[in-house]
Design a protein around this ligand. Structure first.
Ligand SMILES: [Zn+2]
Length: 283
């Protein structure tokens, strides 16, 4: 039987350092996309230190090819209430809006500065939040032509009390972009993340998350390294909505509100420092 993946010695000669921790990465496996979105054989590499996995093929694409791939993928699923690779998407959006609203009402998320959904796609989460009376801006690299979206220049005009980032990290192929997202968050601000995290990225070309535009795959350890590099202090994980909140600061008032919240509401987990997302999920 032919294996579904193959090792190729040529990659041991030419390695990328890890986007997250800068350690050496090695060839992990290949997947044949059989012309889906004009992709053929894609090579995935893995960091020997933190387990981060990425598509070396995507990372090496020209900017023009990468942009075309993103636009093609983007156009194939925007403005639909059903996303083939993520069937629980709409239900989760609704839960995410509820939890953000709740943390806002409790003033656990500050609102002295604007809020933005970075990479908001067609902006459904923002629309729901704005309907609830919150004031959230939309930003998406591929949607800036729309009048209710921030442009690159507009985005950079201020820092933000909250940056929402759902299903975005897996689309990013440059460390610089991750750092730009982080740099937008105010010194007392919060990063709200929804991202696929695994203890280990499976060595499996049939793993459902190997979608044509997904290029970066995060382990718990790679997220913990980012948390430390970016100097976050505390984290909340809300299981039903799969939203993770990273806090740059945590004062005593927020802390006491959070402790009450945890006793009153199912599904919230809090930790000073980094919370092991999958540790929570597996309980
Ligand atoms: Zn690494």
């Amino acid at each position: 039987m032919t294996p579904k993946y193959k090792k190729n010695d040529k990659y041991t000669m030419n390695y990328f350092s890890c986007l997250i921790c800068k350690a050496q990465t090695d060839f992990y496996f290949s997947k044949d996309f059989q012309q889906s979105f004009e992709l053929n054989l894609i090579d995935y590499h893995k960091c020997e230190n933190c387990g981060f996995v990425f598509s070396k093929t995507h990372y090496e694409m020209s900017d023009a090819t990468w942009e075309k791939l993103n636009l093609d993928c983007h156009n194939s699923y925007q403005n639909q209430d059903y996303n083939q690779s993520d069937p629980r998407w709409y239900e989760r959006l609704s839960l995410q809006s509820k939890v953000i609203y709740k943390l806002s009402q409790l003033e656990i998320i500050p609102n002295s500065l604007p809020w933005v959904d970075w990479g908001c796609g067609d902006g459904k989460l923002v629309d729901i939040l704005n309907q609830r009376g919150l004031n959230v801006q939309k930003y998406d690299l591929y949607m800036q032509h729309n009048s209710d979206y921030l442009t690159n220049e507009g985005l950079q005009q201020t820092k933000y009390s909250l940056v929402i980032n759902t299903s975005v990290f897996e689309h990013i192929r440059e460390r610089h972009t991750l750092d730009v997202i982080n740099s937008l968050i105010a010194k007392d601000g919060v990063l709200a993340l929804h991202v696929m995290v695994k203890e280990d990225i499976p060595l499996d070309p049939d793993w459902f998350y190997l979608q044509p535009p997904h290029v970066s795959f995060f382990t718990n350890q790679s997220m913990q390294i980012l948390f430390k590099q970016w100097n976050y202090k505390a984290s909340i994980y809300h299981v039903p909505s799969r939203l993770w909140f990273w806090f740059r600061q945590m004062d005593n008032i927020q802390m006491s509100v959070i402790k009450t919240l945890l006793t009153e509401t199912e599904g919230f987990y809090f930790k000073e420092g980094f919370m092991n997302y999958w540790g929570v999920m597996n309980k």
